[in-house]
Design a protein. Sequence first.
Length: 314
Amino acid sequence: MADMTFTVSNYAGTAAVPFVAPAILSADTIANGYCSVLDNVRYKTNLRKVSGGTVEARSCDFAANGSLDISDVQLTLTELQVNEEICNHELAQTWAAAQMRGNYAGVPGDYEQYLAQYVASRVAEDVEKNIWRGNYNHTDGSTSGGGAGSLFGSIMSAYVAGAGTHEVPAAGAFTADADANTGIATHLAALVANLPSALIGEDSTKIYMSRKSFQLYFQFLAANNNNPVLATAQAKFYLGYEIITPAGFPNDTLLASRVDNLYFGTNVLTDHVEARFIDLRNTTGADLTRILMMFDGGTQIVDEASMACVRRTS
C-alpha cells in the first residue's frame, strides 16, 4: 500500500495557482470557451465597447466623418473562499487503493494534490452554476433570489438589469412541442426573429440553452421527423446558428450572443490567491484535513443591445 505523508502546507500567490486554478478554470463554460475569460483581474476592470466610425475617400484635408463612440462597463470581482473539512480515513483509503494500480491509477501520486483535485471538481460546479444562474431565478425571471447560486451576479442577472432591448417574455415552463405559448420551437423562432442586426447571419452568433431545454428541442425534432438519428445532427443548430449547452445554464431560457460579449473575470493568475492544507492530526488529533482556498470571481456583459433573449417571466 502507498505511504502517506501529512503536512501543513500554505500556498500564496503564484504558488497557489496549481491548486486554485483547476477549481475555477475547469468549470464547463470556461473550459470550453463558452464565454470570454479574464484570469488576471485585480478587483475590477473595464470592458470597452467601440462603435461608430466610418471610412471616406482620401483627401488633403482633415474633416471628421462620423464619430467613434467608446464606452465601457465595469466587471467587479467578488471575494470568494472554500472551507472544506475532509475525513482522511475515508478518502485516503480510496486514494491508497487507486495507487495500487501504479501508472494506471488515474489519480495524483501525492495525497495533498489528490485532495485538491477532489475539492476542485466540486468548486468548479459551483462556479459554473454562478456564471449563468447567480442571483437569477429562472422560474420567474427575477434577480431577487431563488436561483441556483448567489456567490456573485451571473450573466443572466446582468442581462435582466439591462433594458431588455431584444427580449421576448415567456409564460410557463418550456415544452417539447410547437405550442404557441410554451413550445421550444415557438421560443427558438421568436429568439431568431428578434436578433439584433449585429448577430443576424453571423457565424459567431451562438444560441445558449440549458441541457434540459436542449433535450426538449431534440424530442421535438425526433417527433416531427420520426427519425431520432436525423434529429441528433439537426439539434446542434437552429436555422444555421450553433447551439451551446453550458452545464450551468438556466432552464426555460434562451440567449443569443457572441462569445466576446460575455465575460467571466477572476484573479487566479495574480498574487492574490491562496490555498492551505491543514492536517488536524498534528494539532487536535482528529483524522481530518481542512482545505482553504481564497480567490475572486465575477461576470459581466459588454452590450445588452447586441443580444437577444427569450426567458420565462412567470
